[in-house]
Design a protein around this ligand. Sequence first.
Ligand SMILES: [Zn+2]
Length: 431
Amino acid sequence: MFDLLIKSALLAEKNQYVDVAVRDGKIVEISEDIQSPAKYVIQAKGKVLYPSFANMHTHISMSLLRGLGADLPLMDWLQKVIWVLEGEFVSPEFVRDGALIGIAEAIRSGTTLFMDMYFFEESIAEVAQKAGIRAGLGFGILDFPTRVAKTQEEYLKRAREFIRDFKGQELIFPTLCPHAVYTCSPDTLRKTLQLALEEEVYIHIHVAETQQEVDASLEKFGKRPVEHLYSLGLLTDKTLMAHVVWTTEEEREMIKEKGAKVLHCPESNLKLASGIAPISDYIRRGIHVCLGTDGPASNDNLDMLEELSLMAKLQKGANLDAKAMDARTALRIASEEGFRAVGIKAGRVEVGYDADLILLDPNKPHLQPLYDPIAQLVYSAKSSDIDTVICKGKVLMEKGELKTIDQEEVLFVANKWKEKIQGFLKSKILF
Ligand SMILES: [Zn+2]
């Protein structure tokens, strides 16, 4: 008896029809016709089967701030809009409601793992667990007081408690998130590293996002951000670095040597005018690259399909080389490379891999005729074509309908916060 059986799906990788059987969250059989019974059967005739996506860098609860400060560069956007609003509103309730909106969006667009950095991550864990999505969660650690903590000691204490509370769970795992080199002193970074080593958790940090960050780091520490982290011992194979747009040859070799991972966020980097990360060069050097959307307030969505399409096209355009990134590589980065970066065996439709899968409905004019299901996923599909989403064998969406989240509730909380935040903005004449 299988837990789940997917019948007659077009396996994108091979462009052939298969049945896929799942037991205990894993793919246990793929063949042309599986007759054994299953507790749940999905008739997938006419649908295309792909691995699901791993969104490796986000601040999911910022969905509540989506669209605000739309055309500002990073520092203005952070200092004049985001940090002001977060100072006023961030609470466990804000974080929980924002996560509900963000997780609903993530599932709808085919994501089954997200790596998050924010405040009150327990509230995100609560929503993620209920929704049945995987999440690597960590408290943002900063050198200035926020609603979560006032001092370095308090931040680290909070982070340690969070790790102890959420270690060893099935879908959720704790991480440590020092925000960046421009918001964490060398002492804070060293102590965070110490804690990461003691607790054996990943470090998730923003690195070399803008030229301005590089200049400030050179001025303050005499080192560029990656060099600075290297000298502090923070580059390890359990270090996940978001952005990494501005690096020298030497820094790229440091990343390669230490096995740190790059979490590429092309759309956020474009929208905040941060630049284009040299991703094809990183891949050529053997650096482990994954993909993320960044927070839904700097993108302004959590759509991994849009992100992977943009990533491939940007590398082609920036390098004046159509082969700088092909569709299969783009899909692998958006899926398998993300899962693999945090030790999860998923992201391939193969026996022995976890059943983190999507079914796409190609019976629409913009996807016909369907010759190459992978190229057409990357260059023609929209996330609204995703019909079914499965995370570790559990069906989170089927035929476009969320199974674990009430979409009416999502719209209700969005409206509730819109009224609160708009009222505040009017009173402060921020906009
Ligand atoms: Zn970020």
